[in-house]
Write a protein that binds this ligand. Structure first.
Ligand code: G3P
Ligand code: MG
Length: 237
């Protein structure tokens, strides 16, 4: 089963920081998961929430800040004082970390609350320019964006779901993908076993408990997103 470090090694470092990605780059795991938004001046930045409030010393929406304003924020102290030098990374800076590794990068387009016109194209253009196009997997809760990416046929893509759905494999096929990233509660529902039986590639988020990971491996789930990749590596074959 493939292991992806969720927001980097976010169980031991502040999430979505260069520190969290550097820690993941040291591990023999499949890859990392990265959340991206667009700033007011159209730069791709790596952060989970639409607002900076939870994970920085600032306030407000990413989409209303320039990259220069975003870079003034401290995104490590909320987690622990030792990380106070961490700044919100750009996607370009994250690519630097993985330049000489074999890790795959699951880039989650956080375009489900604000649609961020052009985000998917910008990510694909940058990944192409940086030589990462065959190492990225784009996912989103915004399935319109995934459909557009799939129609461009440039890159592997997955739909993200949180709810328990019916016929999710058929739905994914309409969008044009076989990849479905499901939440942990729905991973053990019929939705997931049906999709696996039909040929879906299923990854589950966020799996921090060994016993859940082992159960998922048994039912044939292909990958997990975890905040503790090192711990999972020690237990999973
Ligand atoms: O991509 C898997 C997972 O990250 C989706 O949920 O809220 O952690 O971005 P969230
Ligand atoms: Mg995510």
């Amino acid at each position: 089963m493939k292991i992806y470090a969720h927001r980097g090694c976010s169980g031991t470092c502040p999430e979505n920081t260069l520190a969290a990605f550097r820690a993941a780059a040291e591990l023999p795991i499949t890859g990392v998961e990265i959340d991206v938004h667009l700033t007011k001046d159209n730069e791709i930045v790596v952060i989970h929430d639409e607002k900076v409030n939870r994970t920085t010393n600032g306030r407000g929406y990413i989409k209303e800040m320039t990259l220069k304003e975003v870079k003034e924020l401290d995104c490590g102290s909320w987690y622990a004082e030792e990380w106070s030098d961490e700044k919100i990374p750009t996607l370009d800076e994250v690519f630097d970390i993985f330049e000489n590794t074999t890790h795959r990068l699951n880039i989650e387009l956080k375009s489900d609350v604000f649609p961020y016109d052009g985000l998917a194209d910008k990510v694909i253009d940058l990944a192409t320019k940086r030589g990462f196009i065959n190492r990225i997997l784009i996912s989103s809760f915004n399935h319109e964006d995934i459909q557009s990416v799939v129609q461009g046929k440039k890159v592997e893509s997955a739909i993200l779901t949180f709810e328990v759905l019916v016929d999710v494999y058929d739905y994914a096929r309409v969008i044009g993908t076989k990849r479905i990233h499901v939440s942990l509660p729905s991973a053990f529902r019929r939705m997931t076993t049906d999709a696996l039986r039909k040929g879906a590639i299923v990854y589950t988020y966020t799996v921090n408990d060994i016993s859940y990971a082992e159960e998922l491996q048994k039912i044939g789930v292909h990958g997990i997103f975890t905040d503790y990749p090192e711990k999972m590596l020690a237990y999973l074959s």
